[in-house]
Design a protein around this ligand. Sequence first.
Ligand code: AMP
Ligand code: GLY
Length: 423
Amino acid sequence: MNILLLGSGGREHTLAWKLAQSPRLNSLFIAPGNAGTASVGTNLPVTVNDFHAIREACLTHRIGMVVVGPEDPLVHGIHDFFLEDPNLRTIPLIGPTRQAAMLEGSKDFAKAFLKKYGIPTAAYQTFTADRLDDGISFLKTLRLPYVLKADGLAAGKGVVICQSLDEAVAELTAMLTGSKFGEASHKVVIEEFLQGIELSAFVVADGTHYRILPEAKDYKKIGMGDSGPNTGGMGSVSPVPFARGEFLAQVEHRVIRPTMNGLRAEGIPYQGFLFFGLMNVQGVPYVIEYNCRLGDPETEAVLPRMRTDLVEICQAVATGTLDEVTLEIDPRTTASVMLVSEGYPGSYEKGREITGLDQVTDSLVFHAGTSALDDRIVTNGGRVMAVTSFGNTLKEALKKSYENAEKITFKGKYYRTDIGFDL
Ligand code: AMP
Ligand code: GLY
């Protein structure tokens, strides 16, 4: 079968690498991909939101299945677009419909769903511009710090945590009047701040059945010891030592199962990957957010641990037969370290030559912001590449990743040297 994968980050290189290992695969195409995906398939110059160009690519390359990496096309209804087109209807698309993707596309929808099904989550209220005064009154009932969330997609920047009431009132006003995130913050969720340690859980679902993937922890802050601004993710580890036995059982019983049952009760079949952003609050898993896709950089640590054929899993999603698939997981630990461009998450330069990739031994390298220029590979983003290694212990996995991170060079390379420091 020919498969088209949508996306261009480290998550997509990892997905492409894994799909390419399948004997069920004939040709793999990636739109638009990066220099890493080009080593395991054919990149197409098509962006993830250009549904008409994706349609043409599917017909031209006789695509038998589409796998979607990022949330944007899902929230914008690419699954529905396929179902509505007579020529695309028969091509399974791995990723939820627009309605199911609302779990990520609307924070207000997600919070109402969580509340309705009794899933642990922070107390909240949602406000629109005509209720700004009520929003301010609600803020006054909460304790510091204040958490404000734009309802819609805001390129991962829609959550603002304020350290004073004045700041929160100013932010809320800017968000609701549209000067901050435009249409995305037309509604704002204000919620209680949760204290705890974060964890990412994942399932793959076929509309009826689901399978739980290995959990992971990502490191979002740019600086050592989780300091400084948020990034798209600076590294990840899997499994997560504090998430064993009793806690993981709670994740399934209090979060995953009620979510999947709730979706079924709402008449919203969920097909694809679902990501639960969790906070361990004194042993209870609280949902911070849902994402309608896999995490990045969690995927770079999670997928290498999956021994089961990913094409087989995706085919089971398409045919509603995930109950017949057993996920085989590598018991070893993976640690992934992200190499980024100096200046990121602020402004940074692109086009810097990357060398030393041929020196890497005993680690996997997943490209994120890279592109091929003649016969060279150059930086093309803030997050440049992830170095993932296996170990019998977290320490051993990290040691290998750091040894190889040293060998890869480009001007302005930066990475955190304390991934896993809190575990
Ligand atoms: P998100 O963009 O939804 O991933 O949120 C960004 C980050 O904000 C999360 O990863 C958490 O670290 C933090 N966050 C979101 N909601 C809360 C909350 N209610 N309490 C504490 N931290 C939060
Ligand atoms: N690592 C967090 C995310 O993918 O949203």
